[in-house]
Design a protein around this ligand. Sequence first.
Ligand code: ADP
Length: 502
Amino acid sequence: MSDASAPPTSALSVLMVASEAQPYAKTGGLADVTGALAAALARLGHAVTMVMPRYRVVDAAGRGGRRLPLTMGGRAFEVGLVEVPHGPRERVVLVECDELYDREGLYGAGGQDHPDNAVRFGVLSRAALEYAVGLESPPSIVHAHDWQTGLVPVLLRTRYSADPVWRRIPSLFTIHNLAYQGVFPAETLSALDLGSELLSIDGLEFWNQVSFLKGGINFADTLTTVSPAYAREIRTPEYGEGLEGLLVHRQQVLTGILNGIDTDTWNPWTDPYLPAPFSAADLGGKRFAKRAVLTRYGLPDDATAMARPLIGMVSRLVGQKGLDLVWEGRGALAAMDAAFVVLGSGERRYEEMWRDLAAAHPTRIGVRVGFDEGLAHLIEGGADLFLMPSRFEPCGLNQMYSMRYGTVPVVRATGGLDDTVRPFDPDTGAGTGFTFHEYRSSAMLVALEAALALYARPARWRALQQAGMRQDFSWDASAAAYVHEYRKVIDRRREADGERGE
Ligand code: ADP
């Protein structure tokens, strides 16, 4: 290529393996991150191939690409590899295997995990590497994400370690959430064609079981997680989920890189889900979004309702997200002169809690149980405040979406929330949101009350909204940080390989 958009000569080729990626399949922030990171790397001139399963929900043309005979644990799988071009320098490879992926739910259905998840994601990991082995030139680096692809680094250093080309290729493993570990019975090893020697403390063994996440942490050449604060926290018993010792052991290669957000998809000036555009310079359109949300939830939208602060929550309704603080403080929350709009699904008791609250306060509390991308955008646009009282939060995206939409976040200062939301300082007016530290309902209520008090002072409130809207949460800096890590580990691996060869 000779045009100006040609990649730099030092361009890398990255093989990413992930269990979800936008725009193909999403259950949470992981998909936003993998999709946006791949695009940002491509914009920087690097080639990215994203390998992921073809779930039933994946809406992409083309079926039945290259066939890949794959046997695992004595079982033969009919695997197809469908290449989907996805913009310059970006390609998605869908791993087709209907018996594993063509079903309801990415990870489970009806509140139950799919019982064969170990095999489903074992096949994904194997297929990704087999696909890359079949390419003319190997990738510069393999980047795996979360427990579902924890076997990728393991396979590189076991099954492929004798290959002179592949043993030079480093792997980077990103922990998006340490709480999900992919732990299976010890017998699973043989179903995955992995040797029993891996059932050891420096292998995959975790309390006599097999942990995919531990495999990724142990075998990857380098590790990242999704915020600097979370990188520190997970080395402590409070946040380490039993893996803090191992993470301390590997801390030399563990870096926190803050996620960016997709600033095209999440742009209040161009967002098709909003009734009117708005920006930091022109906030006028935001009130149309507020009215639209109130209407969608069947809440009154008269002058009183429009003047009342509207608190939004879009979240998986699970303990991690601080729902027990909401539960404890539900009486005080409902008594506030504020309205709530909630979108989420998860544990039944939290879904019921919100439904009960909505039934008791039908003019001020609205709840939708389910997943609705458009409504999530509308809430970000229409709410005045956004509540995220997380017990832990590796990075969190919604607080960044909120700030970009002039919706002031009220968050517990943990993980990425601590790294992205600067607490409002009443003396100087500086800051971008409200934070609290102690994991107690009373601390959350104090922060919310402070936010509501400021809401009553429109000029100061507007300044706070605008400060948030002017933050730069784009992927550019984060993608450059990943490239830096890639290059570091590529050099390190080469040196190590050279030394071994001498
Ligand atoms: P996590 O990955 O832990 O769920 P994040 O804040 O990192 O949390 O990312 C959550 C992502 O999922 C955001 O893009 C958010 O808007 C979206 N999301 C969560 N629940 C829902 C829902 N019920 N409907 C639509 N989007 C949702």
